[in-house]
Design a protein around this ligand. Structure first.
Ligand code: SF4
Ligand code: SF4
Length: 431
């Protein structure tokens, strides 16, 4: 089946009449960058969208010639991207390599009301769960983000535990993936067992045709088949159209046997050295499509109230703080270690897959250039028989592009935090 490019907006408009439809879109913000405006003391609390523009985002900005974008971009503003609700006039950015923010909030909103409770007019106590009843279509998902939904499904829907708020949204979600035709310098999904051109778990897969005139369309689930039947009038017969050539990530890591190595390295001095440069801002967890920590709170009024949950971050000390001030992860080292161990070891133990999908967002946005691929390289370079850190952790970035990527982080260059990781001259993850 074929979806001609000139029919995409017609299909999206029709879909938007029945469901909430989200598409990748450029957005602008006037939030000043960490490097240009925030003093070091406030950079730690800066949100993900406030990090400095990189080559990739700058390229996106320069390629965006829409009047809205060119009119509002100032030197202190950046063009970022995320999945946005499609409305008439929305310009989907299917040309983007990857969105700045992942689509996880469609299933796991940053703030989500869960229950209303109180005492009714008859004096009876009530607790009502709050559910979103809309059908949702996410159109233009990439392989990494489709895999991230599989990881979230594992967490929220398996092992005898079903999160009703997630499950209800998941049941009403249809995913339409588009195979990547370009990769960013920070993408490494194919090293994590994915294929940038195909998202097997998506309901529908689109592949751009070689002549760039259309998408080849394929249903991959029952839900996807029903979707294509419902909207059949927007699709044509495929005839003999050929898909565009497959792409491959240029950033590579060796992710084999990582779990076993990391298990053996839990007490290794690597973690202490690695964590020195981290400013525990939490940016990496907020831009990560698979991070799913949350905190539950409530707003109490006189006779009623609401309970809600908000994204949290394992990089914050308060995340594990317990009554009586006990904290099982009291220092930065234990939190940094937890994040990487969870991504590359603990999750695989529990669910049989790694929790890093190689999207590269944390590499792109970490203000001190703490790069998960360089951590993986360092771990792979360690000899388990040789406990000496300085002899087993490489002192140089693995390739020119990685070195350039980290060196070009403005914060890494100018605030001194990046250098703190190198005080002992051993950890190269600082770039
Ligand atoms: S690793 Fe980077 S992005 Fe994550 S908390 Fe530390 S400084 Fe922030
Ligand atoms: S850890 Fe980094 S590269 Fe891996 S999925 Fe999360 S944001 Fe993407």
């Amino acid at each position: 089946m074929l979806l001609m490019k000139e029919r995409v907006n017609d299909l999206l408009l029709a879909l938007a009449g029945k469901s909430r439809v989200y598409v990748p879109a450029r957005m602008t913000t006037s939030v000043p960058s960490v490097a240009s405006a925030a003093p070091a003391s406030t950079a730690a609390s800066a949100p993900a969208v406030a990090s400095a523009p990189t080559a990739a985002t700058a390229a996106s900005a320069s390629a965006d010639t829409s009047p809205a974008a060119t009119a509002s971009v100032s030197p202190a503003a950046q063009v970022l991207s995320r999945f946005e609700l499609y409305r008439p006039g929305t310009q989907p950015a299917f040309d983007l390599v990857n969105t700045t923010l992942p689509p996880k909030d469609m299933l796991f909103p940053q703030t989500q009301k869960m229950y209303r409770y109180g005492i009714d007019a008859e004096g009876n106590a009530y607790v009502d769960a709050i559910h979103d009843a809309d059908e949702v279509v996410v159109f233009g998902l990439r392989s990494c983000d489709a895999r991230s939904i599989e990881c979230m499904d594992d967490v929220f829907c398996t092992k005898g535990y079903g999160d009703e708020f997630y499950e209800q949204r998941r049941a009403r979600l249809t995913t339409v993936a588009i195979g990547c035709t370009e990769v960013a310098e920070t993408c490494f999904c194919d090293s994590m067992g994915l294929d940038p051109t195909t998202a097997p778990a998506a309901d529908i897969q689109l592949h751009r045709t070689a002549d760039n005139s259309a998408y080849l369309v394929q249903a991959q689930t029952e839900k996807g088949g029903a979707f294509l039947k419902t909207w059949a009038q927007y699709f044509d017969e495929a005839a003999d159209a050929a898909p565009v050539a497959k792409v491959e990530c240029t950033l590579k890591v060796n992710s084999s046997d990582l779990k076993e190595k990391l298990e053996a390295l839990f007490e290794h001095p690597l973690w202490e050295q690695l964590s020195k440069k981290c400013i525990t801002c939490g940016t990496c967890t907020y831009v990560c499509p698979t991070c799913h920590c949350f905190d539950i709170s409530q707003e109490n009024r006189m006779k009623d109230g609401e309970r809600f949950r908000c994204w949290d971050s394992c990089m914050f000390s308060s995340y594990t703080e317990m009554a009586g001030n006990h904290n099982p992860r009291p220092d930065k080292m234990s939190r940094v270690r937890q994040r990487f161990m969870h991504k590359l070891c603990f999750f695989e133990d529990r669910y049989g897959k790694q929790l890093c999908v190689g999207c590269g967002r944390c590499i792109e946005k970490c203000p001190v250039a703490l790069d998960i691929t360089l951590l993986i390289d360092s771990v792979q370079a360690l000899s388990l028989d040789s406990p000496s850190t300085s002899s087993v952790i490489p002192s140089q970035a693995k390739d020119p592009s990685a070195s350039e990527r980290n060196d070009s982080s403005p914060t890494a260059q100018n605030d001194g935090l990046a250098n703190s990781g190198n005080e002992e001259g051993a950890v190269h993850v600082a770039g």
